[in-house]
Ligand binder design. Sequence first.
Ligand SMILES: [Zn+2]
Length: 961
Amino acid sequence: MSWCLTRIADSLWKPVGRILYRYPSSGGGNRVTSRTFCASSRSTSSFARPSSNAANSRCSTFRQKFGRFSTPARRIFSSRFPSLRSSSFPSVDPEFAMPEKKQFERLPTNVVPHLYDLFLKPNLKNATFEGRETVHIEINSPTNSITLNLVDLKIKSCTLAKDGSQLTPTVKLNAEDETLTLSFEEELTKGSAELQIEFTGELNDKMRGFYRSTASAADGEQKYVAVTQFEPTDARRCFPCWDEPAIKAVFEITISAPKDKVVLSNMPCTQETIDGDWKTSKFAPSLVMSTYLVAVVVGDFDYVEDKSDDGVLVRVYTPPGVKEQGEFALYVATKVLPFYKDYFQIAYPLPKIDLVAIADFSAGAMENWGLVTYRQACLLVDPKNTSASHKQLIAVVVGHELAHQWFGNLVTMEWWTHLWLNEGYASFVENLCVAELFPEYNIWTQFVSDVFIKALELDCLKNSHPIEVPVGHPSEIEEIFDDISYNKGASVIRMLHRYIGDDDFRKGMNIYLTRHQYKNTFTEDLWAALEEPSKKPVRAVMSSWTKQMGFPVIRVTASEQDGDSRILTVTQEKFVADNSESDNWLWMVPLTFSVKGREEEVCHSEVLETRTAKIRIPNVPEGAWVKLNPGTNGVYRVQYPQNLLDQLIPAIEDKSLPPLDRLGIVDDLFALVKAGQASSAQVLKVLAAMRNEDNYTVWNIIGNCMSKLRSLISNTDYSDEFNKFGRYLFKPIGQKLGWDPKPNEGHMDTLLRSFVNARLGSYGDQETIAEAKKRFAAHLSGESVIPADLRVAVYLSVISSGDEDTFNTMIKLYREENLQEEKDRIGRSLGAFKDKNILSKVLEFAMSDEVRSQDKVFVMVSIDMTKPGRELLWEFVRTNWTDLLRRYEGGFLLSRLVKSSMENFASEEMASSIEEFFKNAECSSATRSIQQSVESIRLNASWLNRDKDQIKEFLANFKYD
Ligand SMILES: [Zn+2]
């Protein structure tokens, strides 16, 4: 799946405060009214289960799984990392244990399916469907019962055909385990059989399983689309099945639908028969695949099509009447397929691939094999109204989903513990193809600000989790579609890519995909394949990064010159956000170095395996600076002694250091500040020195640091002084870029202009606000439409100084808009109002029928931009907690909402009051997010305590020139 709509545009939408990384899956759809939503009756989530001590049972599940690793691999690992023997490998450390739940068990393997012959007939008007299936199964050992997954379906009939006789089992549903158990009077003998089940279900409005999306036709008539979203565990809501990634089978799908509808599935349609107003579409048998990748779409669409260079038929399906909006994604997809074919040396194995835009969609996109579904804003480009940042996003999302066609679909993780194999890898490789297709995006530079640093920010918390995290029940699985699986996963693969080099990386990937095609893998299988061509200890190095949570800080403790060599003494220690003791952790760290005069090269590299080492770097002239981690590639922070840092600052100021090194130094320093290992005044001094910066990505990091400082300072009485400093910092670059694009300027300048103007507006720069108001007025009157790239900057500036009339105008624009991307821009800017009464109206609007279920949360959380908004949002979440839980259960929205509404507070009272509240409230799949948020609040509180006086003093004495 992909969730990265926010990836490049966060900074535009949200001038301050934290961001929301994933899309909501929600209940309620467009029919839910704010009245329904605000009801405060307490109901229990269907996922709520009695708490029991399940940590041990999860350990044993984890051990079972790890038992499949070779003993030597485990031995090597444990001997290198003694700290892991007793904690994270293989048992579960209480600090990152998932919320305690009833013991979870995977399906028994005594009976497995190999072919599903599946028939589905959706009724779009009534929002129901009927289905039947014949599952060809293999009974591996004699048994009296068969257990498979099912939830929210009604069984009409169930029989088993075996050895010429028809057996009727007793059927038992277990809602909590989401299983269906069929019991037979007589023992079933070993051999094959056919299980026939008839069932009915509801086309729900929760954007999961088989659901109904609503689209309005041009004539105003409501039209519906029936669509599936199965990852991770919702195929069981559509048909009874063995819903685990490792239980792969062939799917032969037949759909009955009104004859005027477009009907799509994973494979091409091979036969269509019309009977009255209905048609039956039969699809070619699929390849062997996991249930979570099965897909069906029924609705009204137009499409554009083309063939990739290697002969795959690619179609992009759009809402009727706007098929040209599919052209950009079509271009990207036809280029990406041959790129991956060449990269992996394995052809895309299906004859076709469809990319379909869906009006109501919980994630960003979903990689169903041969039928990739997208939320509209992640697929459609309207040349007049799509911004450069949005086009970039679409290229990245298409690249991500198509990477999954190999990595995930052809070769699949054995269990969700290895989810990161899918997501971390796709989040890495999407950049390889986008860098090739669109070099002007400088995508690898943006990777560091958008992916790498996000991972580090989360992973320094005590409530983080290792990349490989044992999970069981669906509610636990949902919660690990997070920054660790995606962003840290991608970051450690990027580090590995450099460590072994692109040639060996490619060779290893080919070995991995060829060896395991149509099968499932553990993380270790990937390391084994990459180890073969590279002959490097990939498994040992990488296990320290995937099985332990967190990452190290590398401290340079001494530096001496020895002839033409520099000798650095370095130590590694776990980097912990609260700077607490962290013994017993050790990583194998691929260290790299650069030196003044050869800034763009890695002048020396070696793997640090011990706590402390002396490293000799040859050919370093006396007095020249030496920098660790050129390109900010290694997943660690660096702390220099003051004299070495002072040597590097001029190279930041004169930009002789490459952009990734400039931003790496600043971000490391900022992380050390938050952890109390450096002072806020120190980092403010460095930020002030970066006023002449001109690189978009570096500005992004400066902006990130400033947002966090501003959020902190919103708890003091000197916000105005801080805003003045913000204006000082951003003004020169704002003046340089202006409002209008320059001829032949690059993509990055376009992104930077929007970013900087939005910031200046949010810091209250009167010139910027006046210009924004002028442009907004001309936009409204139709005199001059604001270019898409500038709209967020204008909206935020206008709204942040706006009143009730402004609110009404924005809502009118929202209502009249059809393009999802523009609705997003408006909706997510609404939180910039400063008046608490207007912010209440924003919340009300978010919950009204006018905002699609998929978008509600983004409008809601936009109000955490300011302190009053943050307080209002938390109050809203607290008051409506039970209903929020009911609506968003099992989805990732809940945890995102939790974070946005809580983590920017900065007082112990707030942390305790939140803890107190959740002691008595069911919190289902949001447990880890709540713990992370409370931890963040306490970190903010101690940071504020520690540094508030010195920041005040710095701002008061700052010499503005
Ligand atoms: Zn994905």
